[in-house]
Design a protein around this ligand. Structure first.
Ligand code: PGA
Length: 238
C-alpha cells in the first residue's frame, strides 16, 4: 500500500483528480469505479475542470459506481445516481449510457446484484477504482463483518453509517436501511485502487486499514492484500 500524505482536503482532491485525469488521458478506453459521499466531491470538481479545459474525449470512458440505496429512484435528491449526475456526469461530456449505478428500485435485488457483477465483467473489469472509507472501516457499503468473498449484494446499513449519512436527508428516519453494494471480492479485482481519506473522523479506520490485522471486522483491511493501492490522505486522517 502506497500512502501519499497531503496537507488538507483540497490537496487530496487535486492529487486524486490528477491521477484519474492521467489515467483517462493515457488510455484508449478506461473503466472507472467511482464513489459518492462527502470525500470525493471536490475531486470531481477538479476532475471536471481538467477534462473540460483539455477537451478530453470521454466516449471511451465507462463508469461503475460502488453502491446505491435500496428504495430510492435515481431522481431522488439523495440517491447516488442523482449525486453522480449533479456532481460530475452532467458537468462533463461523458455519454450517460456509459455510466452505471446499481438500480436501488430493482424488483429483484439479488438479480440486479449479480447482473451488476456481470456488467463489470462484460466491460472487461475495472481499471481504476476510487473509494472513500467509512468511520467504521467500511468500503463501499461493505460493513464490518462482510465476507471478503462477496460479490455485489444487498446489505443492511449499520447504525453508524445511517447516522453518518443522515446529513443528506431531511430526517434520520428517511435514510434507507439497505443498499446495493459492490462486494469486496468484486472490488479487489480492480487493477488499481485509490483510497481517499480526509479528517480526524477517519483516523482510526485508516490506521487500522494500513497497520492493523486483515480482518472482516475492518473491511478496508482487505486492501493490504491488493498489489496496487494508493492511499491519499490528509494530515488529520493519518
Ligand atoms: P464520506 O463517506 O466520504 O461521506 O465520509 C465515505 C464512506 O462512507 O465510504
Amino acid at each position: 500500500m502506497d500512502t501519499i500524505k497531503v496537507n488538507n482536503y483540497d490537496e487530496m482532491s487535486k492529487k486524486c483528480a490528477e491521477k484519474v485525469f492521467e489515467k483517462i488521458s493515457s488510455s484508449n478506453r478506461v473503466v472507472l469505479g467511482l464513489p459518492t459521499g462527502g470525500t470525493p466531491e471536490k475531486m470531481y470538481d477538479y476532475l471536471a475542470e481538467m477534462l473540460n479545459e483539455n477537451g478530453a474525449d470521454l466516449s471511451n470512458v465507462y463508469t461503475v459506481n460502488l453502491d446505491e440505496y435500496v428504495g430510492l429512484s435515481g431522481e431522488h435528491i439523495a440517491s447516488y445516481r442523482n449525486y453522480m449526475n449533479t456532481v460530475f456526469f452532467d458537468k462533463v461530456t461523458i455519454p450517460k449510457e456509459n455510466t452505471n449505478v446499481p438500480n436501488g428500485l430493482a424488483e429483484d435485488l439479488k438479480k440486479e446484484a449479480s447482473a451488476y457483477d456481470q456488467l463489470i465483467e462484460d466491460l472487461g473489469g475495472i481499471d481504476l477504482m476510487v473509494m472513500g472509507i467509512g468511520r467504521n472501516g467500511h468500503i463501499a457499503f461493505n460493513e464490518p463483518g462482510t465476507s471478503f468473498t462477496e460479490g455485489t449484494h444487498v446489505t443492511d446499513l449499520t447504525e453508524d453509517t445511517i447516522e453518518a449519512n443522515s446529513r443528506y436527508f431531511d430526517a434520520y428516519e428517511d435514510v434507507p436501511k439497505q443498499a446495493l453494494t459492490m462486494g469486496l471480492h468484486t472490488m479487489m479485482k480492480s487493477e488499481a485502487i485509490i483510497l481517499l481519506a480526509s479528517g480526524e473522523g477517519k483516523k482510526d479506520a485508516v490506521e487500522k486499514m494500513i497497520n492493523g490485522e486483515v480482518t472482516e471486522e475492518l473491511p478496508a483491511s482487505i486492501l493490504q492484500k491488493h498489489e496496487n493501492v494508493t492511499v491519499i490522505a490528509d494530515e488529520d486522517a493519518l
